[in-house]
Design a binder for this molecule. Structure first.
Ligand code: SAM
Length: 218
């Protein structure tokens, strides 16, 4: 079934959906398993949790999270992406009653207030301009229950020379000012601005990706 993409000013990856599962391990220098594992450990999914993944791509992280959930207790992970082709691929490869995928823009979430225990996002925020970063963080805050966890891994201030080279080259070669915002380190302050507690920086990858963990106050 063809799934329509959702209009957004974010950089969607419909064209990359057929090859994304081959490309991503290369982009993560063959450390994808370790990277995903750290994200999931930081998220600490509980069996009955309702979890939301923003900018889920082809849904590999959702699938890994779903293995830790118990559908009999209501545990469920939902991945959203504005690219219809990503959602088609995710549903086809990884869809299950407790591992769902919806075409949706992260800045306009079609979910009720306080409907998730945790929100996770990997490598999505450098795809959207500043106002959409802000709006999507406000939406994450809205759909989280009080005390709900937020885990974000994304491009951030480079910590190594190689990291600086990779991130500045991608900013200029791809002509993406939104990557420049990440490099300047805007994400933690935007999380606080959206209402979250000051985030902890949990880990760094490849000198240009940082992993943040925070929560909505009780
Ligand atoms: C680099 S991929 C990351 C995919 C996956 N989270 C991962 O770690 O492999 C970024 C994704 O964000 C999606 N995207 C871009 N703008 C979006 C928006 N406004 N709302 C939701 N998804 C968006 C793209 O279509 C793409 O699939």
């Amino acid at each position: 079934m063809t799934i329509q993409s959702i209009p957004t000013r974010g950089r969607t990856l419909d064209y990359a959906a057929p090859v994304y599962d081959l490309l991503e391990p290369l982009c993560l220098l063959n450390k994808q398993a370790e990277y995903d594992q750290t994200l999931i450990q930081t998220l600490t999914p509980q069996p009955a949790d309702a979890i939301l993944d923003l900018g889920c791509g082809t849904g590999l992280l959702c699938e890994k999270i779903s293995r830790l959930l118990d559908p009999a207790l209501g545990g469920c992970v939902t991945g959203i992406d504005a690219a219809g082709k990503m959602i088609e691929a995710a549903r086809e490869k990884r869809g299950a009653p407790h591992c769902r995928f919806e075409a949706m823009a992260a800045e306009r979430l079609d979910f009720a207030d306080a409907s998730f225990d945790a929100v996770i996002s990997s490598l999505f925020y450098h795809h959207v301009p500043l106002d959409l970063k802000q709006q999507s963080l406000r939406e994450a805050f809205r759909v989280l229950k009080p005390g709900g966890r937020l885990v974000i891994a994304d491009m951030h201030k480079p910590t190594t020379l190689l990291g600086a080279l990779v991130s500045h080259a991608s900013r200029w070669l791809l002509m993406q000012p939104q990557i420049g915002e990440n490099i300047r380190g805007v994400l933690p302050e935007l999380m606080v601005e959206a209402g979250f507690l000051p985030p902890q920086s949990v880990a760094h990858y490849f000198g240009y990706i940082a992993l943040f963990s925070t929560s909505k106050p009780l």
